[in-house]
Write a protein that binds this ligand. Sequence first.
Ligand code: SAM
Length: 287
Amino acid sequence: MEPKLTSPSVVREQLASLGIRPLKRLGQNFLVDFNLRERIVAGLELSPGERVVEIGPGLGAITQGLLERGGDVHAIEIDHALAAHLVGFFGPGLHVHEGDALEMDLRELLGRSGKLVGNLPYYISTPLIAAVLEAKPSVAVLMVQSEVAERLKAPPGSSERGALTLLREYAADVEPWAKAGPSQFYPPPQVSSQVVRLRVRPSPVDLPWAAIRPVVAVAFRFRRKTLQRALREGLGLGPGEADAALRTSGIDPQRRGETLSLEEFGRLAARLGQREELPGGAGDAPI
Ligand code: SAM
């Protein structure tokens, strides 16, 4: 019988026998709680033979649960020693893709209706979630630091609202799925975590994300300024022009970006898109 990969002693033994010291720079905090692992896997509602992509399998704590349910598992691991270990440990039943998940074609790996799961490495959780949402798995169950989970859920008016919130609202419904404290990982991280379940659905706004993204990016780059100022400084609009664009979109120019709903961003983007060219744009925005 395979050893139980959520057991703290098994995790420590395996790391020692592989000569691996968990790397903070790769966000290597391994899950050592069986019940939490089961909760994560249950969130996927996997049927035997169903495709599931896992980001950052590590030693395979979640992977083991996916394989036990008959999943067709494609796991992406950046750490060579861990990737090689997974191939040897699970054999041909697991497809291991060694490399950076941010550089992989997630859409291709997901196939037509794949699901996605990951205890995400904290240092890149935001760009990874953006990549996941753009790849459109039917369901994604993700462990992230609590601060990121709050950003995914933040309603209009919340100071935690940001570009990631708007992309999430554009692409998927979010459901709080579980909470996790540092003692449920080895080594324990310094922050608390949450598991969220994302269900991808059609966008409520009839514009491509690429058209909304530059306006969202500018609104949050200048989040302390009014929208009128943000459009002037970020997109190079004249004062009258910025004022008119906002008013004809039904938005008070004195409001700030974090108070806007997705629908309001959509109206503003559609209005600005009627201009010949949207200057500036996403610029240094990560999303
Ligand atoms: N899934 C395992 C678990 O729950 O115990 C490990 C989770 S650990 C938080 C994150 C994992 O992601 C590590 O195995 C780490 O090596 C891997 N990782 C870090 N950066 C990555 C990247 N850019 N692409 C793919 N995997 C990455």
